[in-house]
Design a protein around this ligand. Sequence first.
Ligand code: PSU
Ligand code: MN
Length: 304
Amino acid sequence: MKYLEVSGEVKNALDSGVPVVALESTIISHGMPYPQNIECAINLAGVIRSAGCVPALVAVDGGKLHVGVGEELLEKLARNGDEVEVKKVSRRDIPVVLAKGETGATTVSGTLIACHLAGIRVFVTGGIGGVHRGAEESFDMSADLEELAVSDVAVVSAGVKSILDLEKTLEVLETKGVPVVGYGTDELPAFYTRTSGLKLVARADSPSEVAEIMKAKWSLGLTGSILVANPIPEDKEAESGEINTAIEEAIHLAERCGIKGNDVTPFILSNVAKATSNSSLKANLVLVENNARVGAEIAKAYGA
Ligand code: PSU
Ligand code: MN
């Protein structure tokens, strides 16, 4: 297809039944600073490979949606703003960025579209977008929610970051028929911390239990994602007081600075990282790696 470029490695894996695990690129270009972001991307690919799967980083460049990104494009994504400005790409932005030949990093929603086009069933990220606090006024609800409703992919995340309204996010996921499966937990993890006080109705304690849910859902033609909520490892949990204060302050600063639209999430993330002297970044790196490990096991359990 003219607009889709699946790398040789990913294509071979898909053709020969080797499990493939997709990765998003917004987390690299807009969610973390250089060089930690490129180290993170390389590390995630390594974790997925050592589990016997093939990683597929998704991004837009040169008029194509790439599934499987080479070194040169990865460097460009990581050095966002150095020479090339990297656009943040969700469903809305894909046609524009493709047509203009711009470089773009895909969000959860953009990456889910690529998974659907390429036939990838497992996707690893840090946290999904959701319903923002104050959405009743701002109407700010991530496009991720719409895509989770329609793409047949298991998305492994560390839950939902408390920059969002977790309760409203769960309500929308319920409405859209997206099962949220606690991985070894009965509660929705809150990204930096393992708990949120919000009970989940589904729990899985092994990769094969997740794979069974995937099979049951899609065999019946119940389209849409399964959100696997995998809590950050216990010894790496951030101190919630410090993070929550930083989040509150970043949300207020965003309001005062008039930050709107898709700039809101990256603005808050980078301000929280600054305010916590990068302890949020450290937690972020650990939890994504943990998700990659679990995602690879789920991909193997599901089979191709
Ligand atoms: N949440 C995080 N870290 C992130 C994102 C969300 O904890 O990096 C990124 C993901 O790419 C997600 C996107 O898909 O932000 C959502 O952006 P928005 O809120 O503008 O829809
Ligand atoms: Mn938004």
